[in-house]
Write a protein that binds this ligand. Structure first.
Ligand code: PLP
Length: 390
């Protein structure tokens, strides 16, 4: 019997190694892996460039403490600020630490300008910002909060698509609006560009901060470094994680100079492991690849091809696939029925995908995916649709 807590419904399969888009299981089978650790392994499994970076750093220094200067972290923060809206970066180790820190940054900003009562965060109902005691209340889903009382106050909600409801939910206590530009766990629901722009305008008008959670949709997954770049908006605070470490745990919160006003004092926030030299070296290596000329252009090009091929399948099986969703390589196939059996059938055909809300089969190839691997995925999805039809 496993000594691991049973908080996961684990598939009965384990892997001994991976290479790029593929995983090699202990049962001898080879799988096309379009889960990639749930949008984490942005450069695929066992990427030689990342292996080299981690090998090199591991021989020098793993951990030191934020009580000292960490040049690798200075470098990564500088690169992130040079390439994005941000002026400051605070490193964490995971997505939820980054979203937590984002909320702290927003609240502390208003505290520092003499408005401590402006501390409520407005989120989308049934979104996903992580699993700590406060982020489950930010996400606002009954399933996540049930049994974990007492309720952590400070979060209000509006429904996805209910733009009138959003305006009504803003009060003089609202400090920030926090949304995922593309809702990952919730079922690859894309917030339209016009609405992101409207959010920015509302935040400006009401003098509140805009937090865009790019933990899942960021770091090149959408075909742009940040998915909100499509809308040409400038947020105040952005939590990131997942793809930033290419498989090594990293989180961070990026912020403008203004948003950082309250947190820019020693002792306001901290993390023992956050920003350690090993993580920072891997993060820099990930950026070396993603910032390479043509890298994101290629993500856009290959994802366009993938979307077109998936839409062809949807047309062919309109009673099975309701919608093809997503941007870039953050893709969802929304089925008419529960997706469990479909995902199992894909796996029986050596193709790994993962569920999301709304009957969605989530498809997350590495950003270095090849056309022939997409063709293999398309072939398997076609085959499974054919079997599923019967
Ligand atoms: C949008 C978003 N925010 C936050 C998180 C939490 O990240 P982590 O699981 O690394 O704590 C996730 C994880 O799926 C996410 O998708």
């Amino acid at each position: 019997m496993s000594a691991l807590a049973k908080n996961y419904n684990r598939r009965k399969i384990a892997f001994k190694r991976g290479k790029g888009s593929f995983l090699y299981a202990t049962n001898g089978k080879k799988y096309l892996d379009f889960v990639q650790g749930i949008a984490v392994n942005s450069l695929g499994h066992a990427n030689p460039y990342l292996i080299n970076a981690i090998k090199k750093q591991s021989k020098k220094l793993w951990h030191i403490s934020n009580a000292f200067m960490i040049p690798e972290g200075e470098k990564l923060a500088k690169r992130l600020t040079q390439k994005t809206f941000a002026d400051f970066v605070m490193f964490q180790n995971s997505g939820v630490e980054a979203t937590e820190a984002a909320v702290k940054v927003a609240r502390r900003y208003f505290y520092s300008i003499g408005k401590p009562n402006k501390n409520r965060i407005l989120c989308i109902k049934n979104s996903f910002h992580g699993r700590t005691t406060s982020m489950i209340y930010a996400s606002g889903s009954k399933k996540m909060t049930e049994g974990f009382g007492p309720k952590i106050d400070g979060f209000d909600h509006f429904k996805f698509g209910d733009y009138k409801g959003l305006k009504k939910s803003i009060s003089n206590k609202t400090a920030a609006i926090m949304v995922e530009p593309i809702m990952g766990e919730g079922g690859i629901k894309v917030i339209p560009n016009w609405f992101l722009r409207d959010l920015r305008k509302i935040c400006n008008k009401k003098k509140i901060l805009l937090i865009l959670d790019e933990v899942q949709c960021g770091i090149g997954r959408s075909g742009k470094f940040f998915s909100f770049e499509y809308a040409k908006v400038k947020p105040d605070i952005v939590p990131i994680a997942k793809g930033m470490g290419g498989g090594f745990p990293i989180g961070a919160v990026l912020m403008t100079k203004k948003a950082a006003t309250g947190i820019n004092f020693p002792g306001t926030h901290g993390s023992t492991f956050g920003g350690n030299p090993l993580a920072m070296s891997v993060g820099n290596a990930v950026l070396d690849q993603i910032f390479k000329k043509g890298f994101l252009k290629n993500v856009k090009k290959i994802s366009k091809y993938f979307h077109l091929e998936l839409k062809k399948i949807q047309k062919k099986y309109p009673k099975i696939i309701k919608e093809v969703r997503g941007v870039g390589l953050l893709i969802g196939l929304q089925l008419f029925k529960d997706q469990t059996k479909f995902i199992q059938k894909l796996m029986d055909n050596n193709f790994l995908t993962i569920r999301a809300g709304d009957n969605v089969v989530r498809i997350l190839p590495p950003l270095i995916v090849k056309k022939k691997e997409i063709d293999l995925a398309i072939k398997i999805i076609n085959k499974v649709c054919e079997e599923y039809k019967k």
